[in-house]
Design a protein around this ligand. Structure first.
Ligand code: URA
Length: 254
C-alpha cells in the first residue's frame, strides 16, 4: 500500500468512526501535544449512577436572561440563530423544532443527526422513523405533537452535547417549553433528562416514572423514555419504551 492509499484508508476509518466534519482551517498534530493540555470535558455519567441525585449543572446566566425575552416562537428562533455558538460553524442548518405548536404533547430529544442537519427538521432520519412508529402505536401523528431537541445544531460526528453547549442552549429549550405550554413532556434519552430535570441519574433509572418539570411559572408532567437511536441498537428494550408511551397516552386522555 503506498502513502496515498494508506491516507485514504485512514480517512475512511475516521468517517466510519463519526469524525466526518472538519472544524479548523489548519491541521493539528494531536500526537505532538503534551498530555496535560488535553483536558476532556467532564462527561455526563448518568447510566452508571445508582441514585437519583440532583446535579449541579453549570449555568449560563446570559442565556437564561436572554431567552426570557422571547415572546413568540419566531422571536425565539431568531434569537437562537443569532447566538455565538461554535456548533453553528459545522452544522448545515438550524433545527429549531417542528409540529403542532398547540400540541398537548411536546417531545424533546438530544440533538439533530446528519439527516436532520440536512433538512433543518427534527427526527427525520432513522430515529425519527422509529419515533413515528412508536407515536403511531399510541394513535398519534407528527401533526399531533411538537418536537424539538436540547441542541438546535448537529454536534460534529454526532458526539454527545458538551456541558458548555448544554448550559448555553438549555435556557432556550426551557423558553420553548414555556411558549408551547404542553400538558405532557416526553424526554427522549439521558441528555434531555439531564438537561431539563437537573439530575445525574441515568435514563435507565429515570425512565418509566412521572416526573415534574418546573420552570418559573409552569409545572408539566414529564415522562422520560429511551432514545429511539438507543432502541435501534437495543431492540429488546422496546417493550419498556412501549410501556412509557402507553403511560403518556393515558395521561393525555385523562
Ligand atoms: N436524535 C435526536 O435526539 N434528535 C433528532 O432530531 C434526531 C436524532
Amino acid at each position: 500500500m503506498n502513502n496515498e492509499q494508506s491516507n485514504e484508508k485512514i480517512l475512511q476509518w475516521l468517517v466510519t468512526a463519526g469524525a466526518d466534519e472538519t472544524i479548523g482551517e489548519t491541521p493539528v498534530n494531536r500526537f505532538a501535544l503534551p498530555a496535560q493540555t488535553k483536558q476532556p470535558e467532564k462527561a455526563f455519567s448518568g447510566e452508571r449512577t445508582a441514585d437519583i441525585q440532583p446535579s449541579s449543572p453549570i449555568e449560563n446566566h446570559e442565556s437564561i436572561s436572554l431567552a426570557q425575552n422571547a415572546s413568540s416562537l419566531e422571536e425565539l428562533r431568531n434569537m437562537i440563530a443569532g447566538l455565538n455558538c461554535p456548533l453553528k460553524t459545522t452544522a448545515a442548518n438550524l433545527v429549531f423544532g417542528a409540529g403542532n405548536p398547540e400540541a398537548k404533547l411536546m417531545i424533546i430529544g438530544e440533538a439533530p443527526g446528519a439527516e436532520e442537519d440536512r433538512q433543518g427538521l427534527p427526527f427525520v432520519g432513522a430515529s425519527g422513523h422509529l419515533l413515528d412508529l412508536m407515536l403511531g402505536s399510541i394513535g398519534l401523528k407528527r401533526s399531533d405533537v411538537y418536537i424539538t431537541n436540547i441542541l438546535p445544531w448537529r454536534p460534529p460526528g454526532n458526539r454527545k452535547p458538551s456541558e458548555n453547549e448544554t448550559a448555553l442552549l438549555t435556557p432556550f429549550v426551557r423558553r420553548h417549553i414555556a411558549l408551547i405550554k404542553p400538558r405532557v413532556l416526553l424526554l427522549l434519552g439521558g441528555s434531555a433528562v439531564a438537561a431539563l430535570m437537573n439530575t445525574n441519574a441515568g435514563i435507565t433509572k429515570m425512565r418509566g416514572r412521572w416526573l415534574t418539570y418546573t420552570d418559573a411559572d409552569i409545572s408539566v408532567q414529564a415522562m422520560a423514555s429511551f432514545h429511539p437511536a438507543f432502541l435501534l441498537r437495543t431492540p429488546a428494550q422496546k417493550k419498556l419504551a412501549w410501556r412509557d408511551f402507553l403511560a403518556v397516552r393515558e395521561k393525555l386522555n385523562a
